[in-house]
Each structure stands twice: as C-alpha cells, then as structure tokens.
Design a protein around this ligand. Structure first.
Ligand code: RTP
Ligand code: MG
Length: 139
C-alpha cells in the first residue's frame, strides 16, 4: 500500500470551542495517521504568508485577521489518497453546502470560520507541512 501525506489545521473557532479532540477523533477514525501535531498561534503576517495564494481575493484581509485571532492546531496526516480523502472528510468550504457527517457540517460556523483547513494538492501539502514542522518533528 502506498500512502501519502496531507496537511490540516484546526482553525481558531473550533479550537476555542473545545472541538479539537472531537475533530482529531473523527480524523483518526477515518484512517488517517498523525505524523506531527501541535498547538500554536499565527501572527497576522504569518497568516498572510500561509494564505498568500488568496492575496487578491476580497476575503484575504478578513481571513488573515481571523486566522491569527486565536490558537490553531496544525497537523500532518498520512493515509492512502490522503489529500482527496481528507477534502471529502472535511466537506465544502461553506458549511451550508457541506455534506452531512463532514467535519465542516458538524463544526463550522460560517464560510470563513469553517473549523478546519485541508491541503488541495500533494505539492501544497508538503509546502504547508514544512511551514509548521521541521523534518525532525515528523514521524
Ligand atoms: P482551506 O484552504 O482553508 O482548506 O479552505 P478551502 O480550500 O475549502 O477554501 P479556499 O478557497 O482555499 O479558502 C480559504 C479559506 O478562506 C476563507 N474563505 N472566506 N468570505 C469568503 O467568501 C471566504 N471564502 C473563503 C475560508 O476560511 C476558507 O477555508
Ligand atoms: Mg484552500
């Protein structure tokens, strides 16, 4: 079996609501293995760097303010077909459109405060994972 990695982060709304444990439990129950995990907080500048791809989007400034407003839990995960399967597990960006049983359907508050991030490609998963974790922190 060949596995690959994805990167996720539990966003400030979900961490502050005390939902980190329930979300990690769902992730592990879906067959993902935790490779690296911690709790930290982004500065607005680092949030801007993480979401630089969205620089020209109208929601960029709000997103950077929100993502630096409280603690986050970044996690590297491993599984067969990790990136695509994880996007299925979290559901649509807007929780109003998310399928029943997805993490965003269960825990997201709004299109912005949507509980969790999921990488959109293998390449971005590697870039995003190394944004938060040294190689010596990944097992
Ligand atoms: P993510 O990158 O966080 O996994 O989310 P995604 O791929 O489903 O959505 P993306 O288009 O990459 O947007 C990144 C994050 O920006 C916020 N957002 N706000 N106000 C808005 O219209 C809006 N649209 C997106 C969300 O927090 C989204 O997850
Ligand atoms: Mg995205």
């Amino acid at each position: 079996m060949s596995t690959n990695k994805t990167f996720t982060m539990i966003k400030p709304d979900a961490v502050l609501d005390g939902n980190s444990g329930a979300i990690i439990k769902m992730i592990e129950a879906a067959g993902f293995r935790v490779v690296a995990l911690k709790k930290t907080q982004l500065t607005p500048e680092r949030a801007g760097e993480f979401y630089a791809v969205h620089k020209e989007r109208p929601f960029y400034n709000d997103l950077c303010a929100y993502m630096s407003s409280g603690p986050i839990v970044p996690i590297i995960l491993e599984k067969e077909n990790a990136v695509a399967d994880f996007r299925t597990l979290i559901g649509a960006t807007n929780p109003a459109n998310a399928e029943d049983g997805t993490i965003r359907k269960l825990f997201a508050k709004s299109i912005e405060a949507n509980a969790i991030h999921g990488s959109d490609s293998d390449e971005n998963a590697a870039i995003e994972g190394s944004f938060f974790f040294a190689h010596t922190e990944q097992f």
